[in-house]
Design a protein around this ligand. Structure first.
Ligand SMILES: Cc1cc2nc3c(=O)[nH]c(=O)nc-3n(C[C@H](O)[C@H](O)[C@H](O)COP(=O)(O)OP(=O)(O)OC[C@H]3O[C@@H](n4cnc5c(N)ncnc54)[C@H](O)[C@@H]3O)c2cc1C
Length: 380
């Protein structure tokens, strides 16, 4: 009998196991493959940590809370998964409303984003062309080594006494009397916990098909490119950036001498078990078009690695953090919709609090399952 059984060792499940085991709880973390495997949303080398949330102050406050926890995790483990490089947000036309909202929202919260006109961008960030304006957050936000940080959380949980079971595919949540009595894996094992936490990412609907807010896996393509002149694309000459109205974003050189550039569009529905390292000529053509227009120095850069990742989209792109309907001892954290990684260590702490105390200091109102989500075409 465990205090808590967690299903899924992406960043959300691994962080939940980390906080629970740190508090001395008996924890099983069940993962069908291994933490941050290639099909998981928490895989690969980088995720942006940006504070701008189009004026959604509640999200920005959560980012700030999460950054403190990422820093503490790095300090305790002697690592530097979180790189505080600042972030750059650009637009190719004046007055792109989401960019304005983000800038204003940061100012309202007392941050000091520095507005950049076209000539400032040409001088300070010559990597870009045909951009109108934007702003930089200096020394606030940056990026995190996603896969390595996820694995480190799971490893730390194991060191703190959690049973981290890889190759453990959960096939059923056995129920009786409105409670999950045990969790069954495909190899015939069962795990019993006082509480069960489901953090199954894009696979959530398989285990919980009746959730009132739908989690739809969608395709999101990313590319690693090797610049001819890598020094020009290293931090601090380049920070994580977004050319917001194009939906393309990227990172300075951080892996195998490569920058990463990706398309943030909500793509087509995508089965999470599918092969994802296949070629995608349409996505590649779109990338080259963006580079040709806005980052001409990378136009001919060699693509070293390219992959389709999955967003777990909710209709409104707000997360799901709630009790599972009709199951008193089951919690779900899912639907992180293409912007959840940065919060991972905080979500883990929230889930640990919900599992042990039934409460958290954070306002989870917008993440409840009884909301009526309106559909958006772009996540927050
Ligand atoms: C291309 C891309 C770019 C992104 N960029 C950013 C960014 O810049 N900033 C940001 O903050 N966020 C970003 N995100 C979003 C972020 O990466 C995700 O929100 C986050 O990683 C979700 O983590 P998770 O733990 O919910 O899911 P996952 O990492 O997918 O973990 C779920 C785990 O559950 C396991 N599992 C599922 N079902 C079962 C089962 N039945 N039994 C056992 N195990 C099971 C899976 O194998 C998997 O390991 C991006 C996502 C993608 C795809």
């Amino acid at each position: 009998m465990y205090d808590v059984v967690i299903v899924g060792a992406g960043v959300m499940g691994s962080a939940t196991a980390y906080w629970l085991s740190r508090a001395g709880k008996r924890v099983a973390l069940l993962e069908q493959f291994r933490p941050a495997h290639v099909q998981a949303s928490s895989a690969d080398e980088s995720r942006t940590i940006r504070y701008q949330y189009r004026g959604q102050a509640a999200y920005t406050r959560m980012v700030a809370g999460a950054v403190e926890l990422w820093k503490e995790f790095d300090r305790r483990s002697g690592t530097n998964y979180y790189r505080e490089t600042g972030t750059l947000t650009l637009q190719t036309r004046p007055d792109f409303e989401p960019l304005r909202d983000g800038y204003q929202g940061l100012c309202d919260l007392g941050y000091e984003p520095r507005w950049l006109k076209a000539q400032d961008i040409r001088r300070e960030f010559p990597q870009f062309a045909n951009v109108d304006s934007g702003y930089i957050m200096e020394g606030v936000g940056g990026y995190i080594a996603a896969g390595p940080a996820t694995r480190a959380l799971a490893d730390a949980a194991a060191e703190q006494g959690a049973d981290v079971c890889t190759g453990a595919e959960v096939v059923a949540l056995n129920e009786s009397g409105g409670r999950v009595t045990s969790v069954a894996t495909s190899d015939g094992r069962t795990f019993e916990g006082e509480v069960v936490v489901v953090t199954a990412g894009p696979w959530t609907a398989r285990l919980l098909p009746e959730l009132p807010v739908r989690v739809q896996p969608t395709a999101a393509r990313l590319h690693y490119l090797r610049p001819a002149d890598p020094a020009a694309y290293e931090s601090p000459r380049l920070t994580p950036f977004s050319v917001m109205d194009t939906q393309f974003y990227g990172f300075p050189v951080h892996w195998r001498g490569c920058v990463k550039v990706a398309d943030d569009m909500i793509g087509e529905p995508f089965e999470p078990d599918r092969d994802r390292e296949h070629e995608d000529p349409v996505a590649l053509a779109k990338l080259r078009d963006f580079l040709g227009r806005h980052m001409p120095g990378l136009r001919h850069a060699e693509v070293i690695y390219s992959k389709t990742c999955t967003y777990s989209m909710t209709p409104d792109s707000d997360f799901i953090i709630d009790r599972v309907p009709n199951l008193d001892n089951a919690l779900v954290a899912a639907g992180f919709s293409g912007h959840g990684f940065k919060f991972g260590i905080l979500i883990g702490q929230i889930m640990a609090d919900l599992a042990t105390r039934g409460a958290t200091q954070w306002d989870l109102g917008r993440f409840r399952l009884d909301r009526d989500p309106s559909a958006v075409s772009q996540h927050w």
